[in-house]
Design a protein around this ligand. Structure first.
Ligand SMILES: [Mg+2]
Length: 155
């Protein structure tokens, strides 16, 4: 397996340092700071500076390296952050079971937006997210919002 490329704007969020050291320990993955959608596997986007919630996407994010993310979830918890899964999937059929089984029933909270943009969905649930990790940023917020612009995504 070749390494994953994570995008993050420099110095934007304290939760990023946890991910950064996990990437360093892993040795195969890397971080870039330039927006290049042809190169990037996962976008690490800063949101609320007071929230302890880390929202992880499932498909093509967690599933791109499940072992890495299981360790990352553990590490985030040890440092007092609250990792959750936020997916565009719905909660029908085997979706929730599949996600929980894949993560070895880590007891993680799973939010299913059923195709709705994640940031608005979570805010509607009363949850502001600190850091998003996701392969598909348009699923988080529509293009042109200050949230994306602040993260260097001028799309
Ligand atoms: Mg995805």
């Amino acid at each position: 397996m070749s390494g994953l490329v994570f995008y993050h704007r420099p110095n934007t969020h304290p939760a990023f340092t946890v991910l950064q050291s996990a990437i360093r320990m892993n040795g195969e993955h890397r971080v870039i700071h330039e927006f290049n959608e042809f190169l990037i596997d996962a976008y690490v986007l800063a949101d609320s500076l007071t929230s302890r919630v880390i929202a992880l996407d499932f498909d093509n994010t967690i599933t791109a390296d499940v072992d890495f993310y299981i360790d990352l979830i553990d590490t985030y918890r040890k440092h007092g952050w609250e990792p959750v899964v936020c997916t565009l999937r719905d909660d029908l059929g085997d979706n929730l079971t599949e996600i929980h089984e894949k993560l070895h029933d880590s007891g993680i909270r799973v939010y299913t937006t059923d195709g709705k943009r994640k940031r608005a969905f979570m805010l509607h649930e009363g949850i502001s997210v600190g850091l998003w990790i996701d392969d598909y940023f348009p699923g988080i917020s529509q293009c042109g919002t200050s949230f994306l612009l602040n993260n260097g995504i001028d799309y």
